[in-house]
Design a protein around this ligand. Structure first.
Ligand SMILES: Cc1cc2nc3c(=O)[nH]c(=O)nc-3n(C[C@H](O)[C@H](O)[C@H](O)COP(=O)(O)O)c2cc1C
Length: 186
């Protein structure tokens, strides 16, 4: 994806997998980038996990039960959508095209409009069903970017580890060049 293209509308969809810290950091980093309007949407389970893992209230965001958000329509698709973290349940629903809540519908729109969709699954181990769903999504044009932070930068603490992975995701999403601190140097 092209880092030079001015990206305007970025959808950050947070679903019920472990890893709310990634979503929180992505939100902070993306919101601080110039020329970006960040639109947040969380599932009910994502809200529960956010409270449990981060010990604070999740941000409000768009209502996942309503389909009147602009990005639910092909005529107003997002420039980039990132599902972070993505539960295996949501992964399956996007792969099956159920479009039964706002997140699943927005992802469906991104795929049908051939717009960037970055999916960050978090589960271990993964089954053949998960793998097949990831294959189907890759074939449909999504990028599967597993929540797998690198350790080659020798992160001193959890925050640095999370930040490193978020930097990589921002690069994959075409929103920011990769910070030199996170680039592999042999
Ligand atoms: C504390 C907690 C952690 C969970 N972690 C994961 C996970 O890492 N990966 C996953 O696929 N599902 C995980 N689940 C299960 C999903 O939340 C569940 O399948 C849910 O239906 C997903 O719904 P959603 O995608 O609409 O948020 C977790 C559930 C809880 C309560």
């Amino acid at each position: 994806m092209d880092c030079d293209r001015p990206v305007k509308n970025v959808v950050l969809a947070v679903t019920g997998a472990s890893g709310a810290c990634y979503a929180q950091r992505f939100m902070e980093r993306a919101a601080a980038l110039p020329g970006i309007a960040l639109h947040l949407v969380l599932t009910d389970t994502a809200r529960e996990i956010w409270r449990h893992e981060l010990g604070c209230e999740p941000p409000v965001g768009l209502d996942n039960r309503r389909f009147d958000a602009p990005f639910c329509s092909g005529s107003a698709a997002a420039d980039v959508m990132v599902v972070l973290p993505c539960s295996m349940g949501m992964l399956a629903r996007i792969a099956a095209g159920t479009a039964d809540d706002a997140i699943a519908r927005m992802a469906d729109v991104q795929l049908k409009e051939r717009r960037p969709l970055i999916i960050v699954p978090r589960e271990t181990p993964i089954s053949l069903i998960h793998l097949r769903n990831m294959t189907a999504l890759t074939e449909a044009g999504a990028v599967i970017a597993p929540a797998a932070p690198g350790f080659y930068t020798r992160p001193a603490d959890l925050e640095t580890l999370v930040d490193g992975f978020v930097s990589r995701l921002l690069q994959v999403a075409g929103l920011a060049p990769l910070d030199d601190a996170y680039r592999w140097k042999p």
